[in-house]
Design a protein around this ligand. Structure first.
Ligand code: M6R
Length: 613
């Protein structure tokens, strides 16, 4: 959601800003723009602002033919919140004189009262955005020093923000401030950058500083400074990211989503590499060691997350219940934070997030922290807000996930959840034999996922056969109930067709009324203890002329008897089976969306990082 990129150096700024915006496209947006100061001769006092509704390619078209030699500026992709997608609502937003430009991620919650106040003072607003109050406030407070004006502005703002500001009269200075929304500073050779995430900066530098909340960065032509809001200088650690953390390339695949589905053998391997001791039947999670004594006293686990990460949490509940003695609750983060929670030092709250930026998840763990719970995280994007706020945690090390639909991170999250549960369970009742069996099964997963991927053509054929339907029901039991929800989410988010994920046993309590020959069911029916009950549900569907595509294991005759089509996946332990079962679900959704000509990596209305609540 919304992306910021800033450049301050000696090279032409516009190509760097446009390239950065393209690399931020995956976050989701509906308009884009940039502001640079000065022309080729370094003329001051003049801002060049170009904005466009739609894709960054539209912005590129608009600026083509313009000679812009400026060597510093700010740029933005906007995902509409206040005011529809339009050129006037796109960022940068400008002050009354057109001298100050601001780009902003997040939401200014008190913008209405600020707007009234500023209008009364004579400021003229042109857009419907909340952001515009920021630039008028900076204008109001500006007395020759941009940094001071921004500091005074921030004192007046409620909400979340990552903001970058330039002034046409101030050469080579960009003032950046963060509260809630992510901002990373990139350190190059005599040039400085800022961006919403590291992938935008990957072509220019791997040296990054993660700003924390209420920090302000000032980029100039030959230096950078970071301060807190009391104007005190801070010395922040420069993180050096490796290739895996920066790599964003389709590697010849038609879409990032497909590439990421096919990366799962490696991302699963990375999730457990160095984290298992086979001979002891135990997992070794260095990230949790510092809080091990506290973990041993924990009685209850609450998992909070959103979307696909929430479905990983739902399965996490079954895994933790299976392997530990903890009471386990799972809650969507947007609800959790408003509940009257009984949290204390015997409760551990686990946030699961690919982006590490999801506003609801962040707010939920802040609330849990206030109440004294131990806060853990499973995060993919290194150094992000959620990773910073947790007491301890485990990174996915799965590399950037660019497709909006989460795929490789989901399976990686499931592996890490299993390792975490085993880590705790081995201090409780899980035996060496049980632990060793789970570990052996985990190490076989990459090869088993490869086997499913080798079968992609057959899954594609099945998907093409089903692509004509407008509604789908996904059902599963126990460990595969969350798989059904996740399968349905994958399909609806990228193909825009209606799909519902249900616990198979719930089907008779409502959804079965939808079933007819045009409403197919995807039944996740592995060969486990729930199979007979699944078969009964499938028979009920058949009796109503419903078509059934089942995901099952080989040689399960009774599934074959009630299925119209089948996808066979390798067998593993029941708690790990969802990791294999979801892979064909991802491919099925992908091929249907492709058949429908959808914008698979950037589906309409969606954002990769949901940074507003
Ligand atoms: O970055 P997070 O894991 O916190 O994101 C949570 C959801 O926004 C995300 O999983 C979303 O549901 C995906 N588009 C699903 O594919």
């Amino acid at each position: 959601m919304c992306g910021i990129i800033c450049y301050c150096g000696k090279r032409q700024a516009v190509p760097i800003l446009i390239n950065g915006l393209k690399r931020l496209e995956y976050r989701g947006y509906d308009s884009a723009g940039f502001a640079v100061v000065g022309d080729a001769e370094g003329e001051k006092g003049k801002s060049i602002v170009v904005k466009a509704k739609g894709r960054v390619s539209q912005l590129e078209k608009k600026k083509s033919g313009m000679e812009i030699g400026a060597t510093f500026g700010i740029a933005h992709t906007r995902w509409a919140t206040h005011g529809k997608p339009s050129e006037v609502n796109a960022h940068p937003q400008l002050d009354c004189k057109g001298k100050i430009s601001v780009v902003h991620n997040g939401i200014i919650e008190n913008y209405q009262e600020l707007k009234r106040e500023l209008e009364a003072k004579g400021h003229v607003f042109k857009s419907d955005t909340d952001t515009e109050v920021v630039v008028h406030l900076v204008e109001e407070y500006f007395q020759g020093n941009l940094e001071n004006a921004v500091l005074r502005t921030v004192e007046r703002l409620s909400g979340t923000f990552g903001i970058a500001v330039v002034h046409a009269d101030i050469d080579h200075e960009i003032v950046i401030v963060k509260r809630g929304s992510p901002i990373i500073i990139g350190i190059g050779e005599n040039e400085y950058f800022a961006a919403s995430d590291s992938s935008a900066l990957a072509p220019y530098t791997n040296r990054m500083i993660y700003l924390s909340d209420d920090e302000i960065a000032i980029l100039t032509a030959d230096d950078y400074h970071i301060k807190n809001l009391k104007n005190e200088d801070l010395v922040k650690k420069i993180e050096v990211l490796d290739d895996m953390e920066l790599h964003v390339d389709k590697k010849g695949f038609e879409h990032y989503m497909l590439k990421e589905i096919f990366e799962q053998p490696e991302s699963i391997q990375n999730a457990f590499r160095g984290r298992i001791i086979e001979g002891e039947g135990v997992s070794k999670l260095g990230g949790l060691e510092p809080v091990l004594d506290r973990i041993k006293k924990i009685k209850k686990l609450v998992i909070v997350s959103c979307g696909t990460s929430y479905y990983a949490g739902l399965l996490g509940r079954y895994i933790f219940e299976h392997l530990t003695q903890l009471d386990v609750e799972v809650e969507v983060a947007s609800e959790f934070r408003y509940r009257r929670l009984k949290l204390n030092e015997e409760v551990m709250v686990l946030a699961i997030s690919q982006s590490g930026e999801t506003a609801d998840t962040l707010a939920a763990i802040k609330e849990a922290k206030r109440k004294g719970a131990l806060i853990l995280g499973i995060v993919n994007a290194v150094g992000t807000a959620i990773a910073q706020i947790t007491d301890a945690g485990v990174y996915n090390h799965a590399g950037p996930e660019i497709g909006v639909a989460s795929t490789k991170i989901y399976t990686s999250q499931l592996v890490i959840l299993t390792l975490m549960a085993l880590f705790i369970g081995r201090y409780q009742s899980v035996s060496f034999m049980e632990g060793a069996e789970i570990i052996r099964a985990i190490t076989r997963l990459p090869e088993q996922v490869r086997e499913i991927l080798d079968n992609a053509e057959q899954i594609k054929e099945i998907a093409l056969k089903y692509a004509k339907y407008k509604n789908y029901l996904y059902i599963g039991r126990l460990f595969n109930f969350p798989t059904a929800m996740e399968g349905a989410l994958k399909l609806k988010e990228i193909s825009y067709v209606h799909a519902e994920g249900y616990a198979a046993g719930e089907m008779k309590h409502g959804p079965i009324s939808l079933i007819d020959k045009n409403f197919p069911t995807v039944a996740i029916a592995p060969d486990d203890l729930t199979l007979d009950k699944m078969i009964s549900n499938m028979m009920e569907i058949k009796a109503r002329d419903g078509k059934i595509l089942s995901v099952t294991n080989d040689n399960v005759r009774k599934v074959a008897d009630v299925s119209d089509d089948m996808i066979i996946v390798p067998r593993t332990l029941p708690i790990l089976q969802p990791i294999l079962n979801v892979v064909p679900m991802q491919l099925f959704a992908y091929y249907i969306a492709r058949e429908k000509g959808r914008d698979i990596d950037k589906p309409r209305n969606l954002a990769k990082s949901v940074t507003v609540e």
